[in-house]
Design a protein around this ligand. Sequence first.
Ligand code: ZN
Length: 467
Amino acid sequence: NDTATTEIYTLSLHDALPILQGLFIERSNKNMIQNLNEELFSFIKKSPTGFHAVHELANYLTEAGFERLAEGNTWNLAEGGKYFVTRNQSAIIAFKVSRKDYSGFHIAASHSDSPTLKIKESSEMNIENQYVKLNVEKYGGMLCAPWFDRPLSVAGRIIVKDGNRLTTKLINVDRDLLMIPNLAIHMNREVNDGYKYNIQKDMLPLYRMSNSGKAFKEMIAEEAGVSVDQIKGMDLFLYNRMEGTVWGCDGEFISAPRLDDLQCAFTSTMALLNSESDRCIPVVAVFDNEEVGSGTKQGAGSTFLYDILRRINRSLGRTEEEYLTSLASSFMVSADNGHAVHPNYADKTDPTNRTYLNGGLVIKHSANQKYTTDAVSAAVMRCLCERAGVPYQEFLNRSDILGGSTLGNISNAQVSLNTVDVGLPQLAMHSPYETAGSKDMAYLEKAFEEFFKSAIRAEGDGTLVLE
Ligand code: ZN
């Protein structure tokens, strides 16, 4: 209308500038958030399994000038160097050496694996000489229902024999290959009254007709460009083919497979690439097998982190005493997604500690120390968030709900240091298609960047100085 037009025309440049700047910042924030989510979806698409996730993270790091180390070689680290090392091709530790006299290690830990179905060694099952389905078993604790009636495929690794060499090859059959069809409502009228899923009976995916296609192993060999005889080992898993999407009236939400915990693995790696550290050694650790208890050589319960931290110290010519001194001034942020209040089940969340999508990262507490957070580590994390200008929320389970566990306390058995458990708020955890807020990942990245450029100095037992 006329009045509004006149008002705008009468604004002086002096008045208009802050408004324009505000609009610009809002626009660039929106672009930044959008780019981060798009990049996450592309990472998740290329990461159908933990093996692929670690491969992709290694690609990001290599592109940014990080040098790949091998556990089987002698290390000669130097000031200003950037490095990473993988174990079992499904766990990765990356770090930067800013200076030899570093204050401590600032570690962001997460996990590469997600609940899924694993293909059994001998997998083909012929049904009445008509269908061939695949025999699978459960990996981790998943929501079963959402695996039905959607295109699935197979990814993982195979071990190929060539002469006396055994080499690993990553496999991703990048097409709609399998489906687990539901039973029609007409054949089980009570299904909507609650159903107990039996993996062996209900969840075997249909692969081909008996008289068409190829035997499963033959198909995999062809994908890998090797002969069936050369395949001496397989770790192959099902994955959901659906890609990530931004949705909601104003794009408030994102959904994608494996948000738990690829969101945290991705975010911590991006923060490592984007942050300047000049006091601590920033470390990103992505472990495997969190969903099955972390008890493997590449899991958080292993000596992987312990080994790498000691080697960093030794390779920089530092003493055992200096290592232990720096551990006292070290800190771990164990990052694994948490639960937001569910719009249809709001009563499932603790009555006084409420977490919402887009409300910022979640600090997780548990009196039984299933989460490592205590008053000290929570205080450090809150101060880091406040310094970074990002919102945070507190998560506790209802006292009558058991809740899940994560990797922070397991890792502390190997390397004991001040640790806080955090995560991004999400819905439908352990579904093959999970939902989160579109803004939260940017908050977590800023918090990680702040963490990596800080120093947390211990003054005796009980006082920490944030520098
Ligand atoms: Zn997790």
